[in-house]
Design a binder for this molecule. Structure first.
Ligand SMILES: Cc1ncc(COP(=O)(O)O)c(C=O)c1O
Length: 433
């Protein structure tokens, strides 16, 4: 049975070019980069400096603005707990969104137990062009002078929505709140420049963009280098004490190669992947009557334009924590690749199959690797919190499937996937009245 992997939001295949580039740093140059008393250690340290500088440049920051971690979960924990629990932090409010990943939601629950007020914003549920997006007037009401941190995902891992960051960043700047973005799904798929986005902190995981697992990072805006962040892992004091532990040199090398490839090939790859998404959507619609799209449309007028026009109220506050100076460019500027609609990640498709259960449908297509929700929460038999937040009923959420199309998928795989799903749906729907 030929398997078709369409779960590229959960993880991606490590690109063979990345593996090739990593091998010498496992087999030959394996010294600890902290062992600068000897030549092998210094060679690894020099390579890591070079990779750090290149990675920093791709994100629009300085080399010291990259803290390597074990992945996005650790980066997000460092950002959220590190900012909120720093002894100099006097503000007691955190603003986030109901559709965040568990890596964000769970640290927020912990902060609530420590006495923080956590506001979880809802999202647009009606307008097909902006479904799953923040409502900027609600954001404005939620963020005030007591807000320590705002954490909003850049691209959603289930429905692919890209958020209006320039408007959000302007509000945070005005109130002096630190802005963190979980950019795990967006990095390598859309341009992610921390200055353009206007966030202070940004989390990523390399295995989501064809790099190795077990490595990621927290990116710090060049003007926010002195933000007070409490380290969460203590030990040898590596990475300016922000994250102790021997650097994963092989992972850093792999990250640098993966990111470089992703950025160099983004324009063509985005166009190809977006057209495969379009093909899958149209082929599924042909076969399944009443199939519904979960999340925003990727055609039609750009939603960003209406959001950029929002006027902000109030004056610049004194005593801001955040030191970002430049206003970010427009959202369509910060996420756009020529031809890509900036509302949704190019490889994301999430659909609701009428009258059937997504898990039962998946059991009938064992050759397809897809997800009926977020892979990270699929051990729980709960309907997706993201689909519920955009107004789907429990049954609709359970009847939904997420496809993540990636670099290694082909047109023939997409056609085959539509075919087997169409047939499986027909079979299954015979059993439901
Ligand atoms: C949006 C988002 N944030 C965080 C994570 C956690 O990433 P990792 O498991 O690499 O730490 C994921 C993984 O699925 C994700 O999609």
């Amino acid at each position: 049975m030929d398997e078709i992997y369409l779960d590229n939001h959960a993880t991606t295949r490590t690109d063979p070019r990345v593996v090739d580039g990593m091998l010498p740093w496992m087999l030959d140059e394996y010294a600890n980069s902290g062992s600068t008393t000897h030549a092998p250690g210094r060679r690894v340290a020099a390579k890591l400096d070079e990779c750090r500088a290149n990675i920093a440049k791709q994100f629009g920051t300085e080399p010291d603005g990259i803290v390597f971690t074990s992945g996005a979960t650790e980066s997000v924990n460092l950002a959220i707990l590190g900012v909120a629990l720093h002894p100099r932090q006097k503000r007691r409010k955190i603003v986030s969104v109901v559709t965040e990943h568990r890596a964000v939601l769970d640290p927020l629950k912990r902060l609530e137990r420590f006495g923080f007020e956590v506001i979880r914003l809802g999202l647009e549920t009606q307008d097909p062009a902006t479904i799953g997006m923040l409502k900027i007037d609600e954001v404005e009401r939620a963020i005030d002078g007591d807000t320590a941190l705002v954490s909003v995902m850049l691209g959603n891992n289930e429905i692919g929505t890209l958020q209006p960051f320039s408007a959000l960043s302007a509000i945070c700047r005005q109130q002096g709140a630190i802005l963190h973005t979980d950019a795990t799904q967006a990095v390598g798929k859309v341009p992610v420049d921390i200055v353009g986005i206007g966030a202070d902190l940004l989390s990523f995981s390399s295995h989501k963009f064809y790099g190795p697992k077990g490595i990621g990072g927290l990116v710090i805006h060049p003007d926010s280098m002195s933000l007070p962040i409490q380290p969460q892992i203590l030990g040898g004091g590596q990475q300016q004490n922000l994250r102790s532990g021997t650097l994963n040199s092989v992972g850093v090398v792999g990250t640098e190669i993966a990111l470089t490839i992703a950025i160099e090939t983004m324009v063509e790859e985005t166009a190809r992947i977006a057209s495969l998404r379009e093909l899958l959507w149209s082929e599924l619609k042909k076969r399944i009557e009443g199939l519904r799209l979960n999340g925003p449309l990727w055609t039609g007028p750009l939603r960003g334009q209406q959001l950029h026009g929002q006027q902000l109220h109030g004056q610049q506050l004194q005593g801001q924590q955040s030191s970002r100076l430049q206003p970010g460019p427009t959202d369509s500027g910060s996420h756009s690749v020529a031809g890509l609609h900036p509302a949704r990640l190019p490889g994301n498709l999430n659909v609701c199959f009428p009258r059937v259960d997504g898990q039962s449908l998946m059991l009938r297509v064992p050759q397809l690797a897809v997800s009926s929700g977020s892979a990270c929460t699929s051990a729980e038999p709960l309907p997706s919190h993201v689909l519920m937040a955009i107004g789907r009923s429990e049954d609709e959420a359970r009847g939904s499937m997420r496809f993540g199309i990636g670099r290694f998928n082909t047109e023939s795989e997409i056609l085959r996937a539509a075919d087997v799903l169409g047939k499986a749906y027909e079979d299954l729907s015979r059993f439901v009245a």
